[in-house]
Design a protein around this ligand. Structure first.
Ligand SMILES: [Zn+2]
Length: 76
């Protein structure tokens, strides 16, 4: 099992990612929602954990203020 990390940008609070651990093993293939994991990271929080339905842990972190926003979002 390997650790996964996703990075949220700006003020994003909801995320949905495909579990890479499941995907790499071919799990979820052919299902309606292949290994999709949803989670929340509250405003003001910099770190959150979630799990896919098969128990793989996924860490969500918020990008710091020093992120080069001009490279990551056209909305700023
Ligand atoms: Zn998984």
């Amino acid at each position: 099992m390997f650790e996964q990390t996703i990075v949220l940008l700006g003020s994003a609070t909801d995320f949905a990612v495909v579990c890479q651990a499941c995907e790499s093993r071919g799990l979820g293939f052919g299902e309606e929602q292949p290994s999709l994991v949803r989670g929340k990271l509250g405003v003001g929080h910099d770190l959150a954990w979630t799990e896919c339905e098969r128990g793989h842990r996924i860490r969500a972190v918020r990008a710091g203020r020093d992120v080069h926003v001009e490279m990551t979002s056209p909305l700023w």
